[in-house]
Write a protein that binds this ligand. Structure first.
Ligand SMILES: [Zn+2]
Length: 366
């Protein structure tokens, strides 16, 4: 077993391969649940191996999944999964889905990256605020005030509320009338928490197929922070560099959110010449997001490294839709650390005054 590899991720991926070739829904579900359980472990699965070669009991992992795990721990691969995939006649499809799981981190690898003092990037203690989250004003489950409280228990000084724009009705995008009401509520909360916490008026605008953003310049100007993200064309293999270049050149856009739009094992996301996109982001002063949602992890540490080398600013965000999901910011931080992104380049480490000044300088004209 190679030391640098993420065994938990490898095993979870094999269990998902196995799930995808099952004909019984119950078995499919069982292997998927086992895969999730392995991904969620805080420690490498090797630590569950007993001296007699058996495995400690792990919740949600039954005997057939245990067999796969032991095969991988012994041989580095699983003959059982190989045979099942070959026998299914669906190897090409399984292979494709495997590609769509590359450079995703397991929980154990996130924990290791955060604890590894040799990594120079930003750590939890440097993190002052989360710049992408959703509330009940769009598709989130939580009120603004509950999000403030949840951020404060994490010692954040600020957060940006980035509910979906009206152009994305599927995510209950917020109308301009409701946005005005939301802003009054944010003003009230900022008075209440004054000196302790600052909520930033943000939006997650949608990047259309041509790269334009689904809000008018005058509307963007009403926001303190605009995250622009792609939510369509995420299964197409054709080049979308020009779409991304138009998006980062749009006045008023601060952050390019989940730039690829990939989803773990289900879609590859946008294909683009990312080095050109990163160079344009530097020119326009747009930050590139590392979205920490475990099923997104977008951009991942390999692209984060290239973005940092290009000179980009980065934003490490949770994209939380509930208070518990604020922890996803740790996954984003792990990618930043593994990508050797300097702390000062991650805008979530900036004090609120510096962040607001930067945001103000990039704000669309009314
Ligand atoms: Zn989004």
């Amino acid at each position: 077993m190679k030391k640098s590899g993420d065994t938990n991720q490898l095993i979870a991926s094999l269990l998902r391969d196995l799930a995808s070739v099952q004909s019984s829904t119950q078995k499919k579900w069982g292997y998927k649940r086992a895969a999730s359980a392995v991904l969620d472990l805080d420690t490498p699965i090797e630590s569950f191996l007993r001296p007699d070669g058996t495995l400690d009991r792990i919740k949600h992992i039954g005997p057939s999944s245990t067999r796969i795990i032991l095969e991988v721990l012994r041989h580095g691969h699983s003959p059982t999964v190989q045979q099942a995939v070959a026998a299914s006649g669906r190897a090409p499809e399984v292979e494709k889905r495997r590609d769509w799981r590359s450079n995703f981190l397991s929980r154990a690898q996130v924990v290791a990256a955060l604890q590894n003092s040799k990594l120079k990037g930003p750590g939890r203690a440097d993190y002052r605020g989360d710049l992408q989250m959703h509330s009940t004003w769009s598709d989130g489950s939580t009120s603004l005030e509950a999000l403030i409280e949840a951020c404060m228990t994490r010692n954040y000084a600020y957060c940006a509320i980035t509910d979906h724009s009206y152009g994305l009705p599927i995510a209950r995008g917020v109308s301009m009338a409701n946005l005005a009401r939301q802003h009054r509520e944010i003003d009230r909360l900022n008075r209440k928490y004054s000196g302790r916490f600052r909520m930033i008026k943000g939006i997650e605008a949608n990047i259309r197929a041509d790269g334009s953003v689904d809000m008018e310049p005058g509307e963007l100007a009403r926001l303190e922070l605009v995250v622009a993200s792609p939510h369509s064309g995420l299964r197409s293999s054709s080049d979308q560099t020009s779409r991304m270049l138009v998006a980062v050149a749009t006045p008023g856009v601060h952050i390019l959110g989940h730039p690829r739009g990939r989803k773990l094992g289900s879609r590859p996301g946008v294909t683009a010449d990312w080095d050109r996109v990163f160079a344009a982001a530097v020119t326009h002063g747009v930050a590139i997001e590392i979205d920490g949602d475990p099923s997104r992890q977008d951009i991942d540490f390999t692209l984060a490294r290239r973005a940092a080398q290009a000179g980009c600013l980065l934003a490490a965000d949770s994209d939380a839709h509930s208070p518990g999901e604020l922890d996803y910011a740790e996954i984003a931080l792990a990618h930043a650390r593994l990508g050797a992104v300097p702390k000062s380049r991650v805008i979530n480490t900036w004090p609120i005054d510096r962040l607001l000044k930067w945001a103000q300088s990039r704000r669309a004209l009314r």
